[in-house]
Design a protein around this ligand. Structure first.
Ligand code: NAD
Ligand code: ZN
Ligand code: ZN
Length: 394
């Protein structure tokens, strides 16, 4: 049994104190896990665009500070709360921002991964069991002493910390022999992208695909489409530096909207005799979503929206446009049910069905987390892995 079991752990975390303010590495207190909760020692974490979106505070309703962001990680279970049966101290795990209780109506159906109790909720900042937080600080953001202040949770996960507490529904056990750094990618980006292609669009062999936005999520969509035998994968990005990497994920054609004098969808329709079978929006820009929608073939084209839209604007479509037979649907966490489906997805990744190495473009120590944010903002990294703790074994 861990010496720390049942006790408050004092450790370091990167705390967000306000929109666009550099994260502060400081000491925090992490309470023991309550019933059906798990306390995890984080080994590696990385940054996804969704962390950036919340940090910039674009969507005012989502703001809550001080807060510990981060949702892509791999770690090891330090202790579990009462009632937790499927993981135990010492298990290697990945946190997932979209949980699976296994008991609600949605979890019992095959068609959806949006668990009634633990599905992703960007507004959520407190634990389900008692409406409290498990994080607190005794210093203010300048390091001066202050009264104990609670720190909010984020996206069911909060991984920018040496220790975090999660609902057990959001903890997935992984093979201890798996390459741990790469497994962190399954916590969000790669599962989201590959799953959008496999589970949501159900990309078939010999079909055509267009991917808008070639960050980790979009490139993972391409990798998923490649693995399913798509014959043509068109990558669209305003940052030309993403194109080289895209070739590794099977992208056959590149379009930089800045190089065109016509809308992107017209170019894609020209290239594919009327439009692609599937398109994926992975930028979080509603205008791009319209281009993605119009890029598919009338009659059967299918658009999957994956990007997160902070804007209050609604879908940029006229209802009559749906009579052209194009479909549009959203995909959360790639449609994967985390506990029941990720372990076999991880096995497929380990067998090389999906390549994970190319997604880790940078590695930095945890203290450099603000530099890692900047790399993503500047479009200079896919995933920058931050080492928080050392491996306990391996
Ligand atoms: P990223 O910042 O690494 O990549 C975004 C890419 O889009 C960049 O390469 C950028 O150059 C490109 N881009 C931005 N605006 C563009 C435009 N107008 N035209 C062309 N290209 C443009 O982000 P990421 O981590 O890959 O995440 C992508 C999106 O997916 C984000 O909106 C993120 O919040 C969302 N996301 C959704 C889920 C989900 O479950 N649905 C999960 C994870 C991330
Ligand atoms: Zn993410
Ligand atoms: Zn459920």
């Amino acid at each position: 049994m861990a010496e720390t079991q049942g006790k408050v752990i004092t450790c370091r975390a990167a705390v967000a104190w306000g929109p666009k303010e550099p994260l502060v590495i400081q000491e925090i207190c992490v309470d023991p896990p309550q019933e059906m909760e798990v306390r995890v020692k984080i080994l590696y974490t990385s940054i996804c665009h969704t962390d950036l979106g919340t940090w910039t505070g674009v969507n005012e309703a989502e703001r809550a500070f001080p807060r510990i962001l981060g949702h892509e990680a791999v770690g090891v279970v330090e202790s579990v709360g009462e009632g937790v049966k499927d993981v135990k101290e010492g298990d290697y795990v990945i946190p997932t921002f979209n949980g699976e209780c296994g008991e609600c109506r949605v979890c019992k159906k095959e068609v959806s991964n949006l668990c009634e109790r633990y599905k992703v909720d960007p507004m959520k900042r407190l634990m389900v069991s008692d409406g409290g937080t498990r994080f607190s600080t005794t210093t203010n953001k300048d390091g001066g002493s202050s009264q104990s202040q609670r720190i909010y949770h984020f996206l069911n996960t909060s991984t920018f910390t040496e220790y975090t507490v999660l609902d057990s529904a959001c903890v997935v056990k992984i093979d201890p022999n798996a390459p741990l750094k790469q497994m962190s990618l399954l916590s969000c980006g790669v599962s989201t992208g590959v799953g959008a292609a496999w589970n949501t669009a159900k990309v078939k062999e010999g079909t055509t695909t267009a991917v808008f936005g070639l960050g980790s999520v979009g490139l993972a969509v391409a990798e998923g489409a490649r693995a399913r035998g798509a014959s043509r994968i068109i990558g669209v990005d305003a940052n030309a530096s993403k194109f080289e990497k895209g070739k590794l994920m099977g992208i056959t054609d590149f379009i930089n909207p800045k190089d065109l004098t016509k809308p992107v969808h017209e170019r894609i329709r020209e290239l594919t005799r009327g439009g692609v079978d599937y398109s994926f929006e992975c930028t979080g820009n509603v205008d791009v979503l319209r281009e993605a929608f119009l890029s598919t073939h009338a009659g059967w084209g299918s658009t999957v929206l994956v990007g997160i839209y902070a804007t209050p604007r609604t879908l940029p479509l006229h209802p009559m446009e749906l009579f052209d037979g194009r479909k549009i649907t959203g995909s959360v966490f790639g449609g994967f049910k985390p506990k029941s489906q990720l372990p076999s997805f991880a096995q497929q990744c380990m067998k090389g069905v999906v390549k994970l190495e190319p997604f880790i473009t940078n590695e930095l120590p945890f203290e450099k987390i603000n530099d890692a944010f900047q790399l993503l903002r500047d479009g200079k990294s896919l995933r920058c892995l931050l080492q928080i703790a050392k491996f306990l074994k391996k």
